[in-house]
Structure formats: C-alpha cells, structure tokens
Design a protein around this ligand. Structure first.
Ligand SMILES: Cc1cc2nc3c(=O)[nH]c(=O)nc-3n(C[C@H](O)[C@H](O)[C@H](O)COP(=O)(O)OP(=O)(O)OC[C@H]3O[C@@H](n4cnc5c(N)ncnc54)[C@H](O)[C@@H]3O)c2cc1C
Length: 496
C-alpha cells in the first residue's frame, strides 16, 4: 500500500497538447504519456509515495532540455527533473499535472583530463561509472553514496550527496568545479570555474543541494583524485553502543580524519551479516568500521593509532583487514545495509538526520525509547564520523496505520536531531519527506529568504514545486498537528 500524493484526474486535453508540443522536436518514443509507459516513473526511492506523471520527456541532448523547459514555461506546466530515481526523500516524485524530465539518456562522459584531474560528464552518468572510467589513469571520484552503482551525478549534485568517504574527502559540493544548467526559461547557466574561488555569489554552492528547484543540470565538471596507494579497515565491536559512540568521538579528538568511519547497531549488523557474510560479529551491540588510506607508512601508523583508541574505548574485538579483498568485503557489508534490511521487513523507511558526534549514543537511546512508543523496530546505520544518522524504521505498509506510525517515529527522530544541535538532513535532501520538518529547523525569515532565491530563478514556481521549502501557511498547518521544541523559532506563527 502506498500514498498517492496528488490524486488529480488527468487532464487529457492538456496532456495531448503538451505531448504534441514536445513531439515536434523529439522522437515520439522520447515523449511518453500512455498510462503503462509513465507508470514506471511514479516514484523514486521513497516508494511509500506515488504519483503518475502527466507526461514523461526523455531528452537526448541539452538542446532538447532547453526546448522542453521553454515550452513548459510558456504553457505554465510544472517540471520535475529525474536522474536515476534512487532519491530517498521523494525529490523526484512526479506531479499529476506535470512533465517528468528524465536525464537518463544524457549519459556520456565527455572528457577526462588526467593533467587537470577533472572529468566533464553529462548528468545521467552513474556515480560509479566516473571512477570506473578514470581508474586506468589511477584516478577516481571521491563521493561514494551507497547507491553509487545506480545513482546519477546530476542527482548527486541536486542532493549534495555524500557517502562513506565524505568524512575525509567532502560531499559533492566539495568535489565539483562547475556545472552547466538550464533555467525554466531555457537559458543556459555556466556556473563555477577551474579556480578555487571566483567572482560573484557562489552559485555553484547554491545549486548544489537545490533539489531540482532552481535549474536543470546538463553537465558537471568533477574533481578526480589520485587513488590512494593503499587502504586498510579496522573493524571494532562493542558490547554497548555508548562505547562505540565514544570511540568515534575519541578517534576524531585524537586528530585523525579517517577515510571513513561508520557505525552499525546490532539489528543492522545481524541483517547485513546474514545477507552478505562480510565477516561481522553478530553477538555485539554494534560495530565500527574505520578506514585509513594513504601511503603504506601513513596507513600503518594511523591503523596502529586507531586500534589503540578502539581498545582504550572498550572494544571487545578488533580486526584489521589483511588484504584489499578483505577490506572490500567489510565495506560490501556496510554498502548493502539497506537491501539487507529490506530482506527482514516488508518495508523500511530510511531517515537521514545529522547530529553532533558526541550525541550519537544519546540519540540511539532515544531511538530505542521510540521503538517502544511506536511498537516498531529500527536498525541503525550511521556515517558516524560526521554524525549522519540513517535509522531504518521497519514497517509493513499493508498493515493499517503502520506507515503513519513510522512517519511519526521518523518525525520525532528529526525533531530530536534539531534539539541536540543537528539538522534534519545529512545527504538525502528534504524532498517531500521532510518538508514539514523544515518548519522546525528554520525561522519564517529564513524560509522567506529561500523563497526569494527560488523566485529569482523560477518566478512562477514551475521547477519541482511543493518540495524542499515549505510555505509559511504549511508551517502554520504543521504547527497545529505537532508542537515541538523547535516551534519557538516561529514567534510569528500561531500557538496551539
Ligand atoms: C540503497 C540506497 C543507498 C543510498 N545511499 C546514499 C548515500 O550513501 N549517500 C547519499 O547521499 N545518498 C544515498 N542514497 C540516496 C540517493 O541515491 C542520492 O540522493 C542520489 O544522489 C540520487 O541520485 P538520482 O540520480 O537517483 O536522483 P533522483 O532520485 O532521480 O533525483 C533526486 C533529486 O535530484 C533532482 N535531480 C535529478 N537530476 C537532476 C538534474 N540533472 N538537474 C536538476 N535536478 C536533478 C530531482 O528532481 C530530485 O529532486 C541512497 C539511495 C538508495 C536507494
């Protein structure tokens, strides 16, 4: 069972009119509107929410993207851009009266320059395909979302995606140099430069993480890094999650920035081990995976220091990968955590808050309380080094009100994230999933500033409307249903 977000009846006349206008310059096979053709696009990775789009457009080049947007602008048709549809916050959820603009056919790697260490790629290129293409040159693209086998670089830019190695190497925003993008009016924007700084406002940072609401990305120039000479992973097990949380803080406090520092609680570890057989211990409260990379000497030294910190923090077992195959096996487990959890529950809901590292253990305790309150189980996977939580709430959408309870559970995790000084998203974006929780995190004046930015790019609000930034009215409505600590940030909103 799932929720249809916008159950408006299809306006067939409008549908035929828009499709005919697009078919004037695109092959008929690239403009879809029959129910069975558009149905596969009805949701992204947040599959609890579905909506069949009015028309799906599959442009083959930037010129097509420009014309599609011009036409949608002229006819005032809303547009939702879509990369690979792996997003977890409903950012690519279509609109029943809109065009779903898929960038899937723009999947060429245009240039790899090993001297400048850059790659210029179209938006539909898969994240992992960039590293695969750069590998013969000894280079790779650092941000590595667990979905990297499928997700597109355009989607990564729109979500400012992260991954296991972002603790040391940064998020998407730190690893791109420039983009080309098309505005809703069909204008080309060339943003960014080869230099580290450029004149004017930092539009590259603004576009990164803008969730398809400001412009459609048609090309990305990414930085490539030399592949580290070697890498090793320390796996440490703990009999209390508090100790694992403290170990994370101790590693960072010792001045070490590991290439990755991940944590899984018992539920996640068990699910993964039964699925991937990565060699994780299963009779523990949680495990940490801590990767060091660099030269052989640097890695040997860092691994020694990490082992000592894990031991001093109370690890009950420590293992260090002895070969690259073993290192990859340790990571294969972590990277398969979501599908592994999918095997033990009919449905799961992945939350994505970020909190100060030192509050990790406290958050885990809170989640345990919430499991009891809502009668639902939760498996926890954290990008612990940067405090990014991924609680996976297990539910069955076919059971009455389980989705509702799950969302309330997730909402409390987000509210608590704000309460402990964190934020409601680390890397998955806001989309439709967390749009109400933006009301808790931001004041009315801040939300108005976001709307001002949106208007500067998209006066009529046609690009991905209803996502990421709530209206103040919506916040007032939300306030009626939820009274959270964050609400004191809205002195101008009514109290209930
Ligand atoms: C199993 C699994 C694991 C995941 N692990 C991670 C992880 O470790 N880290 C992480 O950050 N995320 C993770 N994700 C979430 C997701 O993969 C990322 O958000 C990813 O960047 C989405 O890319 P996509 O191509 O699928 O984008 P989509 O889902 O198609 O779109 C996402 C958003 O980007 C917009 N968009 C897409 N393309 C463009 C474009 N060319 N121009 C403008 N806007 C555009 C869409 O409108 C939408 O708002 C995971 C998802 C899954 C299913």
């Amino acid at each position: 069972m799932s929720t249809v977000v916008d159950p408006i009846a299809v306006d067939f006349e409008r549908q035929r009119e828009v499709a005919a206008a697009l078919r004037e310059f695109m092959p008929a096979a690239s403009v879809l509107f029959e129910r069975e053709d558009v149905q596969p696009y009805e949701c992204d990775g947040l599959s609890a929410y579905r909506q069949v789009p009015m028309v799906v457009a599959l442009p083959e080049n930037e010129g097509h993207v420009r014309r599609i947007l011009e036409i949608c602008h002229e006819k005032r048709v809303p547009v939702v851009a879509r990369g690979a549809g792996t997003g977890l916050s409903g950012g690519a959820l279509p609109l029943g009266n809109g065009v779903l603009l898929s960038l899937a056919k723009l999947m060429r790697i245009l240039e790899i320059d090993p001297l400048a260490r850059i790659a210029r790629v179209q938006p539909g290129v898969r994240n992992l395909a960039i590293s695969e293409a750069a590998a013969p040159l000894g280079l790779y693209y650092a941000p590595d979302p667990s979905s990297q086998i499928a997700c597109s670089i355009g989607g990564n830019v729109a979500e400012n995606s992260g991954g296991v190695h972002c603790l040391k190497y940064g998020l998407t925003v730190h690893n791109i140099l420039g983009i080309r993008a098309v505005t809703i009016e069909g204008e080309i924007l060339e943003i960014g430069s080869a230099g580290l700084d450029s004149a004017g406002y930092d539009l590259l940072a603004l576009m990164t993480g803008s969730e398809g609401m400001l412009a459609v990305v048609t090309e990305v120039t990414v930085k490539l890094l030399p592949k580290p000479e070697c890498a090793q992973v320390v796996m440490a097990a703990f009999d209390e999650v508090e100790k694992a949380g403290a170990a994370v803080a101790n590693v960072i406090a010792a001045g070490i920035i590991p290439a990755g520092l991940e944590m899984m609680d018992q539920a996640a570890t068990l699910a993964v081990e039964h699925f991937v057989h990565a060699g994780y211990p299963t009779d523990v409260a949680g495990i940490l995976l801590c990767e060091s990379d660099g030269t052989a000497e640097e890695v040997a030294d860092e691994v020694r220091r990490v082992e000592a910190i894990m031991e001093a923090s109370g690890a009950t077992m420590i293992r260090v990968s002895q070969s690259d195959a073993e290192r990859l096996k340790f990571w294969a487990g972590r990277k398969a955590a979501f599908p592994a959890v999918g095997r033990i529950s009919p449905d799961y809901y992945c939350m994505d808050g970020t909190i100060p590292r030192k509050r990790l253990a406290e958050m885990l305790r809170r989640i345990t309380e919430l499991e009891r309150k809502y009668g639902l189980r939760c498996a926890n996977v954290f990008h612990a080094g940067d405090g990014n939580l991924h609680p996976l709430i297990l539910y069955d959408a076919n059971k009455p009100d389980e989705l509702e309870r799950t969302e309330a559970f997730g909402g409390e995790i987000l509210a608590y994230s704000i309460e402990v000084g964190g934020t409601i998203t680390g890397e998955h974006g806001v989309g439709i999933e967390k749009v109400n929780h933006m009301c808790l995190q931001f004041r009315a004046a801040e939300l108005e500033t976001f709307h001002g930015v949106k208007r500067a790019f998209d006066e009529h609000g046609l690009l991905n409307p209803g996502k990421a930034v709530p209206t103040l009215n919506r916040c007032a409505e939300f306030g009626r249903a939820h009274v959270h600590a964050g609400q004191e940030k809205f002195p101008d909103l009514p109290r209930f």
